[in-house]
Design a protein around this ligand. Structure first.
Ligand code: SF4
Length: 301
């Protein structure tokens, strides 16, 4: 995206879209109203939004694309949480419920390593009878066999469950996991960071304040995190269709951008590629890009 084509795209869009886009280019944070306005753009305004997102992307990370060779290993699909959008979780008696042994998880991790993977992402459902130190012991089993494997594991929901099961304070629990080799925490269980919406989509999931507390504590202890936003998936479609109001995606991203990320917790530092971290510039890109994505899923009403 050249500056010339960026200027051309901006010149062709309406002032209501151009003003917030120019604010973003000047390094300013979007207000909630501005983010919401961008979530609704179409036509030339949408093209300008995409142009700004692409420009910020190139300014932030350049033109080199890096990646991590990763294997996802979901150790169980047994889960009591019951999120309304979930097609993965099963009751313990379901015919297709499964739980992998430590040996099988390690076997899959080793298979991934042998094929060139340098990272495994380990997550699963939440069974009621999970042993308190299950996550620690699973992590230990992987790191004992594959000490150089980066383990990106256990969502804030799972960390919260581990804390509940062990009775340890959050800081002590996270420190224990770091000492055992936890490389980083996936920011899943975020869904959309708005308690009003979470109450309807996944009322048994941890509240926003707890998600933020866990991510913030992880950063304080030097554990990098990521943030997943299932933009465009059923979570937003369902909400928009059945509630006929726009989801608070802009406020969700504004909350994440307010969580400062110490340099020591930058995911890029683990040396196998660049992943999402919450630098302001990158969040501005995400806000722009994801509001564009969301525009496809607006309420039919
Ligand atoms: S916590 Fe995860 S596995 Fe369990 S129901 Fe919710 S989305 Fe599904």
């Amino acid at each position: 995206m050249t500056k010339r084509s960026l200027s051309r795209a901006l010149a062709q869009c309406a002032p209501g879209a151009r003003d917030p886009l120019e604010s973003v280019l000047q390094g300013k944070e979007l207000s909630f109203e501005q983010g919401l306005r961008l979530a609704k753009v179409e036509g030339a305004d949408l093209e300008a939004l995409v142009a700004v997102a692409d420009y910020l992307r190139s300014e932030t990370v350049g033109e080199t694309i890096t990646y991590v060779v990763n294997r996802n290993i979901n150790f169980t699909n047994v889960c009591f949480v019951g999120c309304s959008f979930c097609g993965f979780g099963r009751g313990p008696q379901a015919s297709d419920a499964y739980s992998l042994s430590f040996e099988e998880v390690v076997r899959r991790a080793r298979e991934a390593w042998d094929r060139g993977a340098t990272e495994v992402c380990i997550q699963g459902g939440l069974p009621r009878d999970l042993d308190g130190f299950f996550y620690r012991d699973l992590l230990r089993a992987i790191k004992r066999t594959l000490p150089a494997m980066h383990v990106h594991a256990f969502s804030p929901m799972e960390i919260d469950y581990g804390v509940l099961k062990t009775g340890l304070p959050l800081g002590a629990y996270l420190q224990m996991m770091k000492d055992e080799g936890l490389g980083s925490i996936p920011g899943t269980a975020a869904e959309i960071l708005d308690d009003r919406i979470r109450q309807q989509l996944s009322p048994n999931k941890l509240p926003v304040a707890r998600w933020v507390e866990i991510i913030t504590m992880a950063h304080e202890l030097g554990i990098p995190t990521s943030k997943s936003q299932p933009t465009g998936c059923a979570i937003f479609c369902c909400y928009a269709r059945f509630r006929n109001v726009p989801p608070d995606l802009p406020s969700s991203f504004r909350l994440v951008s307010s969580i400062r990320t110490p340099a020591s917790t930058n995911m890029a530092e683990h040396g196998r590629g660049q992943r999402a971290t919450s630098t302001c510039a990158f969040m501005r890109f995400l806000v722009s890009f994801c509001t564009a994505q969301f525009a496809m899923f607006k309420s039919p009403g």
